[in-house]
Design a protein. Sequence first.
Length: 254
Amino acid sequence: MLYSKTEGSGKPLLILHGFLGMSDNWKTLSGQYAAEGFQVHALDMRNHGRSLHSADFTYKAMTSDIVEYVRFNNLGTVDIIGHSMGGKIAMFFATQNRESTGKLIVADIAPRYYAPHHQDIMKALNSVDFSKKPSRQQVEAILSEYIHDFGTRQFLMKSLYWATPDQLDFRFNLGAFNQSIDNIGEALPADAVFAKPTLFLKGEKSHYICEDDYPAIKHHFPNSEIVTIKNAGHWLHAENPKDFFEETLTFLKS
């Protein structure tokens, strides 16, 4: 079973984080949705955060995890917010489980195939040798040799934890990612369709969703709209949380 942080009462709202993320990344927004009358379930996807580690790291497996979570908790119909990889999982789930999905929000990811593009990040992560018992500062110094963007480094550092009293580690399953990184780019099947209300949010400074993606989005999600979040890149929910929250809340309550 997936680890989750649940708060609030009302209609179930699942929040699915992106690759290398975890539920903690959504702590502030989760509380805001809960205050607006939703029962928020912020999940750690498999191989992330505090959820199970497995060699099976595919969208099929991650979608099955969501199906089992919804069934085990008797959630019935759920609204879903998914960012990046989490948005892809949400798309797979919604198109395969239409009766269990209410409204769908996909943040900065399209239904298409994405070529591998995490090489620098993976190289950085694999350069950290935790057997040498580096400090947090030393881990960040290693990451900075490969990743120059401060925000990206801080995002990755949030997954650091004390695996033992004297040794840090990453909460995510780096070994599984090394073996299955190409799976993250998988496209939605051509015949996958979800006709209920869907909101796609794209970061103004991000290139994950471009105009060339609009026909495919409309093909798979005919009842969808695409909204741009200003002054934000791929991590639009962290870079402009105010507009992200307002757009999503208006959609969920409409």
